[in-house]
Each structure stands twice: as C-alpha cells, then as structure tokens.
Design a protein around this ligand. Structure first.
Ligand code: SAH
Length: 407
C-alpha cells in the first residue's frame, strides 16, 4: 500500500521547513509532482535525494501544493476514516479542560493546522456541527468526516457544511453548503437558528446564511473579558455582527450600547439576540453603516464613549495587502481614540493573519499619537484555546487584540 503512494520530490534544500515541522509545501519547493496523483490524494514527500520525509495531501491547483498530515513517512492508515476519527477525538480531548457545559455549549472542535488537520475546520454549536473543508484532501473525504463526527458526538443531531470562500477558490474547489449528515431519529435542530450559550449569553446561530460557520467563536473569551469591564459604561461596539460584544457588555452592566455594522441581517440577528436574553428594552442603538464613515460622523458630531470595541473583518488576506490594511487599521483606531472620553477604554482587534501582533501594536500606537491621546496597553487578547496554534506553524495565529486606556 505504502509503496503504491505517489511521490512528491522536493527541490534541493527545500527540506528545511519540513524538518521544522511546518506543514505547507509551496509550489516553488516541488521539484517533481507526484506522478498520477489526483487532487486530494495522499502522497509521500521525499527529499531531493529520495529520503522519505512525510505524508501529505496533494493540492495541484493551490500555491500550497501539499499539506502534511504526518511527519512519519511510515505511519499506517494516514487519512483513512479511523485515522481522521482518532485525530478529531484527540482534538476534542485537548479542549476538554476548557469545555464547561453549564455556561458554554459551543466551541471550535478542529482548527486546521493547530490540530494537525490542515484544511479542516469543525465548529460545535450545541446539537449541531458545522464543517469547512478547505483542502482538496478533506473535500474528498467529507463522508468519512461526517461519519466520524456523528460517532464521536452522540448528542449531535446534524452536521452542516459551509465550504466556501477564498480558501476554497485557491484550491480550485467550488463552494459547497448544506446538510452533510444527520442522525436518524435524533431531536430536530433548525439549522438556521441553533440556540447556543456562551458565558451565559444566549444567541441563535444560522448555519446556512450566518457569517463564517455562523458565529465567531474565536472571540468568545474576549467578549467575556471586555463585558466584565463594562459596568456603567457608554459602549460603542463597532463591527458588532450579531452582538457578541454588545450582549456581553450589557450583561456586565453597560449603561448604553451603540451597535454598528454594515450588514442589516447582522443587526436583525442582534435585535433577536437581545430579546433572547430578556434585553429587548435595553438602551441599545443599532446603527447600520460603514464603520469608517460612521466613526467620522460620530467624531464630527462630537459623540463620545467610555468603551469602544473595534472588531473589523480581515482587512489583509495576504502579505501583499498588509500596507493597505495597516492604513485602514490606523484610520479606524485613530477615530476610535478620538471618540473616547478621558479614562476611556479601547478593545481593538485584528483577525488578519498577515498582520503580526508586533505590527498591529505599532499601528495602534501610531493611531493614538495621531489622535493626540496618551494611551497605554492594559492587556492583550488572542484567539481562544479552542483555536490552537501549532508552534511549528505560527501562521495559525491570526486573531490578536489590545486593551488600551487613555488619559
Ligand atoms: N464583533 C463580532 C464579529 C465581527 S465580524 C463578534 O464578536 O461576533 C466583522 C463584522 O464587520 C461583520 O459583521 C461585517 O458585517 C461587518 N463589516 C464589514 N465591513 C464593514 C464596514 N466597512 N463597516 C461596518 N461593518 C462592517
């Protein structure tokens, strides 16, 4: 079996990143493509001198030509259904210590490279799972993945698929969204409104047409931390989506919340989420608009806030867009600093992996200077422990944030 595996031969000197256990093999590192391999096949990676190094999924359409699943070239059964099941089970076990059903019933189960499964994302929302298959290898194994998930989570009724977006396009894969599998006879779950609880805040997740897999689980712990600071404060939640930070702040005793997003469905979801938490009459102003323009308008109208949350979408999706993205981050953060009352707090985030934490801090520091404010960093934010980062693949760290206070 193993001898039948097609071989991908690396160019001379290109073994170094594999020796550091980095799982991506770029086009420039490939001396010869695996003969006869179809997209998504498991291939053996060999050095320029023919030494077997690893087993990887072949992605001929992508700049990342192969993604390593095992750095042991002799490991049996790699990418088989039992192997996938055991890797997902290990990923879930890793999260056990962070999983507290009383206050929490949603978490990321598999985070791609961070769990040794490059190209696979699985989010758990109470009795439903949502998967994203972002590599040709996992795309071809969707039924094995669904079977493994239903086996591993006996209280899950359905597995939904949200395989879409730029990462799929770069793999040469079409979008695929819809029901992937369901458990016969299980309790019915409405995939467009899956009720979840995170730190006591109830929301409904729309697996079919919500953003990403329906929700931004990576911010769960940060919302709770920010909410704990909000008692009595006048809060601006910019890029609020379905209200994660707004709800956490209201729960923390915020005096008022202004929730801003460009998307009307996001604001409609926020309003429904307020009602779910008995907060339908809370002092919340929903503003639909472009944040860059709206923050300027607020500045010109001399509006001010005690706490501003800035959580923009990914502004740089590649290294080539970093400079432009940094200008946009600086613009937003400068405006946010200007809107803060004396003693105010800014919780500012970037989910662009291409903008590293040091660069983001520099941009925020420059924004404070341009706004004419003395500011200090009180704390740093990251992605939650259910979004682990392989130490050998720092590209997996994408979400970072700073909590700043101004004089
Ligand atoms: N803070 C949210 C996640 C935000 S995701 C949470 O905790 O769950 C980014 C949000 O920014 C999305 O809801 C998107 O609709 C919104 N958005 C994107 N571009 C925008 C813009 N230019 N102005 C305002 N909102 C924007």
């Amino acid at each position: 079996m193993q001898n039948a595996m097609p071989e991908l031969r690396l160019a001379p000197g290109r073994e170094a990143s594999l020796a550091r256990r980095h799982p991506w093999i770029f086009s420039g590192a490939v001396a010869s493509a695996p003969a006869g391999a179809a997209p998504g096949d498991l291939v053996r990676v060999v050095s320029s001198s023919g030494e077997a190094l690893a087993q990887a999924f072949w992605s001929p359409a992508s700049q990342i030509r192969a993604r390593v699943l095992s750095f042991d070239p002799a490991e049996p059964g790699v990418a088989s259904e039992p192997w996938i099941a055991s890797k997902i089970a290990a990923a879930w076990t890793r999260r056990a210590g962070f999983w507290n059903r009383a206050s929490h019933n949603a978490a990321r189960v598999v985070h791609g490279e961070g769990d040794g499964l490059p190209g696979l994302v699985v989010d758990r929302y109470a009795g439903a799972l949502c998967v994203q298959l972002l590599s040709a290898g996992f795309d071809r194994r969707r039924s094995e993945i669904a079977a493994a998930l239903l086996d591993l989570f006996p209280d899950v009724s359905l597995v939904w698929e949200r395989s879409e977006g730029k990462a799929r396009a770069r793999e040469g894969l079409e979008d695929r969204c819809g029901l992937l599998a369901s458990r016969p006879g299980a309790a019915a779950v409405d995939p467009t409104a899956v009720g979840i609880v995170l730190d006591g805040v109830k929301t409904a997740v729309d697996l079919a047409s919500g953003q990403k897999t329906g929700s931004y689980l990576d911010q769960a712990a940060n919302r709770a931390r920010v909410g704990a600071l909000a008692a009595g404060l006048d809060v601006l939640d910019a890029f609020c989506y379905d209200g994660g930070f707004s709800l956490a702040c209201l729960r923390g005793g915020a005096a008022r919340v202004t929730a801003l997003d460009a998307s009307e469905p996001a604001l409609a979801a926020l309003r429904a989420n307020l009602a779910r938490n008995g907060l339908a009459d809370a002092p919340v102003e929903c503003v639909r608009g472009d944040a860059f323009e709206t923050l300027r308008r607020f500045r010109d109208a001399r509006r001010s806030f005690d706490l501003v949350v800035l959580d923009p979408p990914k502004l740089a999706d590649s290294k080539s867009r970093v400079r432009k993205a940094c200008r946009a981050y600086k613009d937003l953060n400068r405006l946010a600093f200007k809107l803060l009352r004396p003693g105010g707090l800014l919780a500012t985030f970037s989910c662009s992996g291409a903008v590293d934490p040091a660069l983001f801090s520099t941009v925020v520091a420059e924004a404070a200077v341009e706004a004419g404010r003395n500011a200090r960093e009180l704390a740093r934010f990251g992605q939650g422990p259910d979004h682990p980062v392989a130490l050998s693949c720092p590209e997996g760290l994408y979400l970072k944030g700073l909590l700043c206070s101004v004089d």
